[in-house]
Every structure is written in C-alpha cells, then in structure tokens.
Design a protein around this ligand. Structure first.
Ligand SMILES: [Zn+2]
Length: 293
C-alpha cells in the first residue's frame, strides 16, 4: 500500500516536472517570436509622411528630408528615384503627403523607401509663387528648429492641415494661413509671449489702443512701456484676432477675417518672433518674399 502511494507520488511529480519543462519551452518560443517581430517592427516603419526637401544623390538616387507622423524628422534614401522611369520619381516632390513604407538598413545606417502610397501632392501650391514660398518657409522652419520628440504628434497635423488649407485657399487668405501656422508653431515650441498682459508692467493689454512688440525680450508691451523705443508696433485688432482664433481649430480659424493693416502688422511681428528662435536667418525669409505677399 505504501509502495503504491510512493509510486503514485513519483508519477505525479514527474507529470508536474514535464508540465513545467513544456511551459518553459513554449515560453522560450514565444520570447523568440516576440524578439524577431520587434526586430522586424524596428527595421520596418510605415508612416504618414510629408516631404520637406528633396535632393539628388549622384545620377540615380534622391535623398529626402521628411516629417513623419510617427518618428519626427527623418532623412530617407529613395534609391533609383533619380531615374525618370522610377515609380518613386514623380511622387516625392517637396510638400507631397505620402504613406511611406520604410526599411532601416543597419549596415548603411539609413532608412530607405520600399513603397509609397500617394495621398495628396497639392498641385495648387506648386502653381502659385506665394503658396510655394509659404510652404518652403514652413519646411525650412521645421528642418531648422525641430528634430523629433513628442512634438511630432502636434507638428505633423499642423503642417498637413496647413498645406491642405494653403492648397485650396483663395489668394487673399494666404496671409491668414501663414499667421495661423506661425502662431501655432510658436505655441508648440513654447515661444508665444503673453498676449493678455504687458511683459514689463503687467497691465492688461485688452483695451489699449496701440501695442508694441519687443524682439529682444519677446514681450508684448503697453504704450507706456513700448512707445519711442524702436519696438515694432502691432495693431490691437491683430492681438484680438490671435486671442479669438486660439480656441478654434485651424480650419475654423480661417472663417475669421482680419483687416489688411492688422494682418500686415501681425505678419511683421510673427516673422520677427520666428527670427528670434533661429540662430541665423532663414533663407526663405532673406529674400523678403513673405513680407510682400
Ligand atoms: Zn507696460
């Protein structure tokens, strides 16, 4: 009876042991599959992309600077895209909105395009000089001031929406989409000055007839603090417009009008703010083209 009991116990332990070994084996296989799929996922990236800059590399290839929704700004190789016959060649012009299939080559240490779906090429931006300069300015600004990080979740939709609006907008609205892009970009970068109170004395700016902007301090100033100091003057209508449209999405903001004088003074101030956050002047601003749209 005792022997039987021990035999039973021995068999039970053996079954338990085999069960444990089996579980470990299954677990090991799962870990292997998981690490292989992680490796695959890390090397293969599929993401919405906007081309910021395209340059020829040798006779056959193109190097692309892109803003991606999922990985910020990336440098990507489009092999063979310099050949006229290539499927890629007509799709990778600046400002095109694409869905990219990318592969990271660990030997060459770069991403290459393996496939593309075209979402929007914005033909109207290419057909108008003002629209083209505006989009070129946005692209240069992003390339110069933004390299990646969590902000790509905000910068990507801002640029994609702004390009769509710019593409379809009437000539008189170019300046509004330019202002909206800059003000929102500065907000994401954490560079917007206080628009409620004077940056020096703290008084409320809401009912003051003339306002000033100090580039050195990045402050809006009341008349007492700002007048006669070579600061840029800004129309109170422009400040009211910024306050009012801040709570709207960018398409909603396009329904709010702004008089020409306020729009122009706001453009001078916002472009000065942009120059304040870049180390040396942007090429797209040097020619003064954006000041005369
Ligand atoms: Zn003041």
């Amino acid at each position: 009876m005792l022997l039987y009991k021990n035999q039973y116990k021995y068999k039970k332990n053996l079954v338990n042991l085999m069960y444990i070994i089996k579980t470990i084996q299954i677990y090991t296989i799962h870990v292997k599959v998981l690490s292989l799929s992680l490796l695959w996922m890390n090397r293969n990236l599929r993401t919405d992309t906007i081309i910021l800059r395209s340059r020829r590399i040798g006779e056959l290839h193109k190097g692309l600077s892109c803003l991606t929704r999922d990985a910020g700004v990336l440098e990507v190789m489009a092999y063979g895209a310099g050949k006229g016959k290539s499927k890629l060649s007509g799709m990778i012009d600046p400002f095109s909105l694409l869905y990219f299939y990318l592969y990271f080559d660990p030997v060459k240490d770069n991403y290459k395009v393996t496939d593309i779906e075209q979402l929007n090429v914005f033909p109207e931006i290419r057909a108008s000089l003002d629209k083209f300069y505006t989009a070129s300015f946005w692209a240069e600004l992003i390339l110069r001031t933004f390299s990646g990080g969590g902000e790509s979740e905000q910068i990507y939709p801002l640029l994609a929406d702004s390009l769509k609006i710019l593409n379809y907008s009437a000539e008189k609205d170019h300046i509004l989409i330019l202002l909206q892009f800059i003000w929102r970009y500065l907000g994401i970068a954490g560079f917007t000055p206080d628009i409620e109170n004077c940056g020096r004395c703290g008084c409320s700016l809401s009912r003051i007839p003339s306002l000033w902007y100090s580039e050195a301090e990045n402050y809006f100033l009341c008349n007492d603090c700002g007048a006669g100091n070579f600061f840029i003057t800004i129309s109170p209508g422009g400040v009211r417009y910024l306050k009012h449209t801040a709570s709207l999405d960018i398409s909603g903001s396009m329904k709010i009008g702004l008089d020409k004088r306020s729009a122009e003074s706001l453009r001078r101030v916002l472009l000065a703010m942009i120059q304040g956050i870049v180390e040396y002047p942007l090429n797209t601003l040097k020619k003064g083209l954006l000041y005369n749209m």
